[in-house]
Design a protein. Sequence first.
Length: 662
Amino acid sequence: MEWYSASELVGLPVLPKTVQGINYKAKSEDWLSRPRSGCGGGKEYHISSFVPTTQAALYRKQDKIKVGGQVLNLPKKNKDSVGYCRDALWSSWDKTNNTAKEKAQQALLLVRATFALVGNGVKKMDAYQSVCDEYGCTLSTLRRACSRVKGIEECDWAPALLPKHFAAAQVKKENQFAPVSQEAWAFFMGDYLRLEQPSMTVCYERLLDAAKEHGWVIPSLSSLSRRLEHEVSNQQRVLLREGEHALHQMYPPQRRTVEDLHAMEWINGDGYQHNVFVKWFNGDVIRPKTWFWQDIYSRKIIGWRCDLSENTDSIRLSLMDVCEKFGIPKEMTLDNTRAAANKPMTGGVRSRYRFKVKEDDPKGIIPMLGIKLHWSSVIYGKGHGQAKPIERAFGNGGLGEYIDRHPACVGAFTGDNPMAKPDNYGSNNIDVEAFLNVIAKGVEMYNAKENRKTEICRGYMSFDQAFNASYQSAPIRKATASQLHMMMLQAEAVQVTKHGQIALHAGGILEGRRNLYFNERMLDYIGQKLVARFDPQKLHESIEIYTLNGVHICVAECREDAAFGDTQAAREIKKERKRHTKATKEATKSLERMTALEVAAMMKPLEEEIIPENKVVEPFRPTSIGNAAVKAMPLEEAEDEYDQNFSQSISNLFDQKYKNKL
């Protein structure tokens, strides 16, 4: 818009205050004008006739601005925008205590009632008076509250009505403390913020003692405590007094889901030290340790072996039980301990950080089975138990509750720690066979408990039910029994006796005897060395027999000793001996062989020996000429000379006999 009437120019800067004055000024200064169409007639004046100040005022009314010779449109004000900082208001609300918030809520009630009356047509002063009479507040308080929300949207009235003296008091409380010498404050923090974790009261006593020497200004202990909380964050205090691992534990743990897994896809294992005195096989009373394998998807305990300690055999044999019963898992999580990270199990696995990893290390059982091994993390020198779900099976209500506190262990239970020993501590011990049955029953009950609150059980299933539901349709690899025996059973090279038996050294000598194992196939290897593979905890059962180059021969059964007068056992061994002899005879008859006479008839007959004729001989005879050589002679002369010598020898013999008679 560039043309304006005199009435539209009234009130602008530099121009007269009346219509007549503007028309007179336009006529005297010869403003550019034109007749006004409609609206009562008159004249309109062009904006270029006015001074710059007047032009700027006109452009401002149109939300425009003139820059040089160009007129630009100004951005229009957004109706939704507010003329205050909403975030700053609510930030102060969050930092204020509940007492101030309650006062703001009460003032908000009064202000809303006042504006509601005004909106319904009540005069403002009458509305003020009505609200004051109704709620019992003073007029000045109400008017101050209403003025504080002027220009503020109703949704932001609450933080705008906060009492100002509360915010000022809060700032004063945070920023002002009792005076203390800088050296004294540094002394106190250096004494208190260290890993030995001394108590604050003793540190304060040492500070007072040092202040006498140095003349420091010391406030009260409570003042120092408040200053410490304000200047040193909780994380810093934990780091300085408890260490890096404690600081790491403050950070929220990662939540992981197992929905994308299935049963037997990923397992983890760990050892558990039982709080029970057990009489072991050798008669020693010990606290055994059991290695447990757990399915991560369902949390079911799928295998275990109990032994004197956490060792390679218990881990290897329990894994064999798992693979034999359920199949081979794809992935596995283990602790990085000496027992779990042993080379027979994990040889060839990188990032073991236990023992020396060599290029020529033989592959361990786990990589040979094609299982991907994961090590649980070690953070700041301490194990990270949260990485293995099986750790939760050893807590409250876990396996210890089902096994260690079993009624069969009465008197043998040691307590969870040295400070929690029961009154009947050490009064009894449980036999190892009975304890193994207790473990089996405890694992069974632990897996069968329903309403488990895990991600897969969902509060109504048991570990068994969750495992079985997934196991039926899960793709699981299987291994043959021979493969598992070859890789996992303990091996020992032994020599076969003349009776086709072997005796294992691994079982030890009990009452001067060793366990003997026999199979008829071993009679073919008498005097030779064979390899026996066996389960150390099942030495009274069968063992696997292999040749030295790994060829499977047979399964040898353990032969138990019979009582001296046990006639039934004697009859059975006699029966077995007869059966063996008869079977050998039958097998022998089936051989395709000749009789002795047939063999003799087939032999080549005796032939007459033919001596070839020799034309020249060299007889041996003494000569009268010392070392003279004996010359060769024709055969006829040699024969004549031989006959003469023979005749002479006979004559000499008879002459000698005659002389002897005389």
